[in-house]
Design a protein around this ligand. Sequence first.
Ligand code: B1M
Length: 219
Amino acid sequence: MNNREEILGKLRDAVVNMEEDAARTAAMEAIESGISADDALLEGLVQGMKVVGDLYERQEYFIPEVLICSDAMVAGLEILQPHLPADANRVTEKVVIGVVQGDTHDIGKNLVKIMLETSGFDVFDLGRDVPLPDFIDKAQEIGARIIGMSTLMTTTMDGMKAVIDELKIRGIRDEFIVLVGGGPISQSFANEIGADLYASDATSAARKLKTLVEERACA
Ligand code: B1M
């Protein structure tokens, strides 16, 4: 195994084994050995969290273990974050982001927020279990043209549709770009509810959103 694979493996293992100190050490090792911070995040820490998800689904890990794993991911992330490459062609757009009402899963949303900020977006984070009208009210209050919604549960997916329907009822649908994502969300669901964009992961969320904003600016 080469040095890069070994360090990425250490990042994954630190998350799976619930070791905050090991996650910090491996994150520092990644930076020192020239692995980019986004590779260390996405190929290391996030892959570890995916393994944790599988263990949870197989009932080998339970809620306390998952939360401690997530703390280890955040510990590594805190080391990597200052090293995430700032996008040279920064966009200056405000985004309101949150996890829809009824859902408290926020690990993925937090990663999306970080990648959007790295791309230059000015992100206002509503947090998790967000009352649906708040997405629109906050966007109007701060003058954001982009609303990002995340959910991990099938039971809360329809909240995204409710927000888009409310934009239509208020007659302001065309004023906003709506980005959706999260475990049970797909491109076909995004099409069905009339969202502008779907992204399967944090990196593509930032990339796709930036492309759309630039296209609309040129239109
Ligand atoms: Co729970 N949980 N959980 N959970 N949890 C799931 C989602 C579940 C699929 C597990 C299962 O049973 N198979 C299941 C949902 C089933 C369903 O759909 N109906 C589930 C359940 C049922 C629950 C509870 C109800 C359990 C209970 O109490 N009985 C409860 C929820 C309570 C509530 O919210 N009302 C619950 C609680 C928890 C914990 C607290 C233990 C913890 C959350 C901690 C936290 O987030 N602060 C937790 C976790 C960690 C999971 C799993 C294991 C992992 C989720 C995760 O963080 N993944 C999950 C099973 C799984 O996914 N395999 C599960 C890592 C993360 C990096 O990925 O969030 O997918 P993800 O984000 C990705 C992409 O999806 C995308 O980019 C991210 C990064 O690349 N993305 C976006 C996400 N949001 C986006 C937004 C975008 C664009 C892209 O644009 C705006």
